[in-house]
Design a protein around this ligand. Structure first.
Ligand SMILES: Nc1ncnc2c1ncn2[C@@H]1O[C@H](COP(=O)(O)OP(=O)(O)OP(=O)(O)O)[C@@H](O)[C@H]1O
Length: 233
């Protein structure tokens, strides 16, 4: 599903060039749940941003569903991103003035779904994350864990095949973190491929596979259980 070969990403400022990713190669199969760990500054977010087509690599090849997406223009990348990829961030990124229903509605409007289709999708995902009764609440009226579940619902409403999560439990206490992790595991069982960056070793171990990034490279591939892709095939 995701195949990166010798990806490089450098950031250049006036005085210094930082090599955030160096000869970074990785394959993620359809249906897998992959956790990504590594020291601060090792390139985890850079990898996720390239995987999610938010940034372009400086070099190397990236194939998504068999299509070479290494050199797409902004318009092509945002079209593919909207079609295939959902994002979850540490800070939830909800719009404070909009209730839950309307927060989830924003990307669906952008995608051009009609009102009936949007309502159907929003009700479905709110039910999936257990927050149907809260549709008219504002984000500030929810706990951190509930806000993250809304952010997950918003990502799911677009029915992405691929969900990218950057420290999704970083702002949560351990109970809420576990609940969010359980929700991600359910979503993965329903068929969505997940790549999750985390600093939490317990959560990282619960994925099918953990990848460590050190100095911009994959340092170790360690499979903890059989991949979901093999179960699906
Ligand atoms: N926009 C940018 N401009 C310049 N340097 C950058 C930029 N984004 C990232 N970097 C550098 O690239 C390297 C990798 O950063 P990245 O954010 O991917 O690390 P990370 O593993 O996600 O770190 P953390 O765990 O602290 O979030 C770091 O040295 C960082 O300073």
């Amino acid at each position: 599903m995701l195949k990166m070969h010798n990806i490089r990403k450098s950031y250049r400022t006036d005085t210094i060039e930082t090599h955030a990713l160096r000869d970074f190669s990785l394959e993620v199969n359809e249906g897998e749940f992959v956790s990504v760990t590594g020291p601060s500054g090792s390139g985890k977010t850079t990898f996720l941003n390239i995987a999610g087509l938010l940034e372009t690599p400086t070099g190397g090849e990236y194939r998504l569903d068999g299509e070479d997406v290494s050199n797409l223009n902004d318009h092509q990348r945002s079209r593919l991103r909207n079609e295939k990829i959902g994002f979850i961030f540490q800070g939830f990124n909800l719009i404070p003035d909009l209730n839950l229903f309307d927060n989830i509605d924003v990307p669906l409007r952008y995608r051009g779904f009609n009102g009936k289709e949007r309502k159907k999708r929003i009700e479905k995902v709110l039910e999936q994350v257990g927050l149907s009764a809260r549709a008219k609440h504002l984000p500030a009226q929810l706990s951190g864990g509930q806000q993250q579940r809304v952010a997950i619902a918003r990502a799911l409403a677009g029915e992405p095949r691929f969900l990218l999560a950057d420290e999704p439990t970083g702002n949560l206490d351990s109970l809420m973190a576990r609940q969010v992790m359980e929700l991600l595991e359910f979503i993965n069982e329903w068929g969505t491929t997940i790549v999750m960056v985390t600093h939490d070793p317990d959560l990282a171990r619960r994925a099918h596979r953990n990848i460590q990034i050190v100095d911009g490279q994959v340092s170790d591939l360690h499979r903890t259980t059989a991949p979901a892709a093999a179960e699906i095939a």
